[in-house]
Design a protein around this ligand. Structure first.
Ligand code: ZN
Length: 186
């Protein structure tokens, strides 16, 4: 497995739409594994292909209940009340904001074996899946913030982004050494 560089806000790929995957190849499975590994080291709970510079419609999630590889994911149903909760993003380190989303969803996707799966999710998993599917449509959590909170978030990012020349976040030796699975950034 290989650790991938994470693209941060400012890289145009984060705003591009992704391309649906036709067939699941070994290359795609390897990419999914590399994304999971990268996500764990970065202490995240979700990662979408554009965040590692790829255009396949693919995202991975693990809220500490096992890895989920979602190919061509689609939210087919949302239900229940919406709820506001804080989100972060591995592509916008140190920036957080409250996002209102449905608390219960059904997602349909193809798994790493090419099987079509329909899965209900609620609470954190529902939030995480919606955040990742947004990534596949070129959408970021800061897009949901009101004008004032968005401006504040972007001002913070203007300072943070200096650490990421070329909009690249390379995982540090320290992060790799720690390699915890308990993260909070999507
Ligand atoms: Zn994100």
């Amino acid at each position: 497995m290989a650790l991938l560089d994470i693209r941060v806000l400012g890289d145009p790929i984060l705003r591009q739409a992704t391309t649906p995957v036709g067939t699941v190849t070994d290359d795609l499975r390897r990419l999914a594994q590399d994304m999971l590994e990268t996500m764990y080291v970065a202490r995240g709970i979700g990662l979408a292909a554009p965040q590692v510079g790829r255009t396949e419609r693919l995202a991975v999630v693990d809220i500490e209940d096992g890895p989920m590889v979602m190919i061509n994911p689609e939210i087919v149903r949302t239900e229940g009340p919406t709820e506001k909760s804080e989100e972060g993003c591995l592509s916008i380190p140190e920036v957080y904001g409250d996002v209102e989303r449905p608390t219960r969803i059904t997602v349909r996707y193809m798994d790493a074996d090419g099987a079509i799966v329909e899965r209900d999710a609620d609470e954190l998993l529902a939030r995480c899946i919606q955040h990742e599917v947004d990534h596949l449509d070129g959408k970021l959590f800061i897009d949901y913030l009101g004008p004032f909170k968005r401006r504040t978030a972007l001002a913070k990012w203007t300072r943070e982004k200096e650490q990421y020349p070329g909009n690249i976040r390379r995982l540090t030796a320290e992060e790799i050494a720690e390699h915890h699975h308990n993260g909070e950034e999507l």
